[in-house]
Design a protein around this ligand. Structure first.
Ligand code: F0G
Length: 525
């Protein structure tokens, strides 16, 4: 007889064991608005205030009643869900609404933006990478064409005996006095150019960026632990600091490459350098979520726009985390006046009950062939399209009341976080973020006098242990974030109440007291 199998070994066993070890291994059985519920050992349903809210994908809360009702009616009406390669007007409806919002928040003349749909954030980012590469290849082809024409012109002049071949620092000229002099120079130029054209692009992103975890997008996510095992799989990224415009310029100089051109000047064949498009795109989060909710400054936004204009590469504004109203505007880039060439959206676009993402491409850069050469079975489906339409209608209702609520609640929550910081200056380093995209950053505890606290801090676990404590003692769900896991993230829905905010303050004061008093034993379970 075969032994019964423990089914808990099949999915994420290691992760689940680890979650249990820090007190986060709870199975939630119900979710409504800003509240999760689990059933305790007595069979009672226990409510938990959720500040994680689907990693920021629940601006309208868990299982929003209005969205759920809408979803039911969509399914009851037998709306087609998967009908690839047919007309799907919901895709146009959503894109039209997003265009109207974009025009209102980030005015951009007559430009409109074309939409390509996907299923997840990272997938949207990878679509940007692919499209940027199409743009780059087109620029390379145009440059190579021009160089080819110049070579032909020089060849004709050389054959006619009108010109001589000059020495050049770029390639060695075979001196034999004959036709070979010219042809060997051209062969070397063409070899060098072909080598350059075959090379992969370099992308730019900000330090501590997070843009996803798929094969190519992980290279845009700085965390070395997640990124470096996979560097051989995709093109690399130069990470630059948002607050150092000079460093941005240096980075661009560092990666600069030149294509060789053959020109005839005053009876002499010479070789000249032409700027080669090495940089694929510059990826920017208006509010860096995984970097502890850091808001881009207006100055940095201006600098990044200037860099992209100078280089000629698209500026990708990744609004996957910051978009959909969470910061008090639909697009967080509105706050710093950042005008992108591509915009990504995901998370709350799915209304908390669907997976969806979209990229908006500025018309003057959009390559229409992309609509045909890129596809995905599930993207642009009828179900998530209907949900996205509903979500946009709800966010835009009453003159965008949802954005005002996010700003107001965010202001109140931030004030409470600030008061915790003022009360515990020895424990709390900073409060970051905007609207309902906030983080409380703890001071480093690696040299704490409490052995438990310092040990957990050194292993990067302290944030999780604190989250486990706050869940156990206060029935509030928070999670750490930031490059060293020292921040706690707050990205609740717009249904957060004043009482929720007050409870959050009390829980944080309790956690800060443990750190201030170095009462590590209270964190132990
Ligand atoms: N871009 C940004 C700015 C993100 O915050 C995320 C995900 C992604 C891309 C990737 O999206 O997970 O759907 O593939 N952020 C999550 C977070 C993981 O922790 O907030 P995905």
């Amino acid at each position: 007889m075969s032994r019964p199998v423990d089914k808990r070994v099949f999915a994420d066993k290691v992760l689940n064991d680890w979650l249990s070890s820090v007190g986060l291994g709870i199975e939630y059985t119900r979710a409504d608005g800003n509240t999760l519920y689990f059933v305790d050992e007595n069979g009672d349903e226990v409510p938990v205030l959720d500040h994680v809210c689907g990693f920021g994908s629940l601006i309208l809360g868990h299982n929003n009643r209005e969205i759920v009702e809408h979803a039911k009616s969509v399914l009851d009406r037998q709306v087609p869900v998967y009908v690839q390669l047919s007309r799907q007007s919901h895709a146009d409806d959503v894109a039209a609404e997003l265009n109207a919002i974009l025009r209102r928040e980030i005015p951009d003349g007559d430009q409109h933006y074309s939409a390509i749909y996907a299923n997840s954030g990272a997938e949207a980012v990878e679509i940007c990478l692919k499209h940027a590469e199409l743009e780059r290849q087109a620029r390379i082809a145009a440059l190579a064409d021009e160089v080819g024409t110049h070579i032909e012109q020089a060849r004709e002049a050389f054959r006619a005996g009108n010109v001589t071949v000059a020495d050049t620092p770029y390639v060695r000229v075979e001196r034999n006095g004959g036709a070979d002099e010219f042809e060997s120079l051209v062969a070397e130029v063409e070899r060098r150019n072909a080598e350059l054209m075959a090379r992969e692009p370099v992308h730019l992103a900000l330090e501590n960026a997070f843009h996803g975890k798929l094969v190519a997008s992980i290279q845009l996510t700085q965390n070395p632990h997640w990124r470096t095992p996979f560097t051989a799989l995709a093109s690399s990224t130069r990470f630059v600091r948002a607050d150092q415009p000079e460093a941005m310029k240096t980075a661009i100089e560092d990666v600069r490459e030149s294509m060789l051109d053959v020109l005839v000047d005053d009876g002499v064949v010479t070789v000249a350098e032409r700027d080669f498009p090495v940089i694929g795109a510059f990826f920017v989060e208006p509010v860096q979520g995984a970097n502890g909710m850091r808001v881009l400054t207006e100055e940095a936004a201006r600098e990044i726009r200037a860099v992209c204009d100078a280089v000629g590469c698209p500026l990708v504004v990744d609004e996957i985390h910051s978009g959909m109203g969470r910061t008090g505007a639909f697009f967080a880039s509105k706050h710093m006046g950042l005008r992108g060439d591509y915009y990504t959206l995901s998370k709350s676009l799915g209304g908390g009950i669907a997976k969806n993402s979209v990229v908006l491409f500025r018309q003057d850069r959009f390559r229409p062939e992309f609509e045909v050469i890129h596809s995905s079975t599930y993207a642009k489906d009828g179900y998530s399209g209907a949900i996205a339409k509903k979500v946009l209608r709800m966010l835009e209702a009453d003159n965008g009341k949802a954005y005002a609520v996010a700003a107001e609640l965010g202001g109140k929550l931030k004030a409470v976080l600030e008061s915790v910081r003022a009360e515990f200056p020895e424990v709390v380093d900073a409060v970051n973020g905007i609207g309902l995209m906030l983080a409380l950053e703890f001071k480093d505890q690696t040299n704490a006098s409490s052995e438990l606290i310092s040990e957990k801090a050194r292993s990067g676990m302290l944030g999780y242990v604190i989250a486990g404590y706050i869940l156990r003692e206060h029935r509030i769900r928070v999670l750490p974030l930031g490059p060293s896991g020292n921040s706690v993230r707050f990205e609740p829905s717009i249904f957060l109440t004043d009482a929720d905010i007050a409870r959050t303050g009390a829980a944080l004061r309790d956690a800060c007291t443990i750190l201030r008093d170095q009462a590590g034993h209270r964190l132990a379970r």
